[in-house]
Design a protein around this ligand. Structure first.
Ligand code: FES
Length: 76
């Protein structure tokens, strides 16, 4: 099954950490050869900026996401 990661690219989430988180996820995918299993999608601001940085993985929303948490989720 493909994992879909939606990264909020609105200015607040982007500034609060999603710029680094996006690069981090891309690197993780590359290092683990997961191109065919993980799809990254950028999303626009959804007016939940105070929860930022926000990431949605397979329809589950994660607020104030950190790189440690991302790894935890991706490793299942
Ligand atoms: S910038 Fe992400 S919800 Fe507004």
């Amino acid at each position: 099954m493909t994992t879909e990661i939606k990264v909020c690219m609105g200015s607040a989430c982007f500034a609060k950490g999603n710029q680094e988180n996006l690069a981090f996820i891309q690197q993780y995918i590359e290092e683990n050869n997961l191109d065919s299993e993980i799809e990254i999608i950028g999303s626009l601001c959804e007016n939940k900026c105070s929860d930022g940085p926000r990431i949605i993985i397979n329809d589950t929303e994660y607020k104030n996401i950190t790189q440690e948490k991302i790894i935890e989720i991706l490793k299942g």
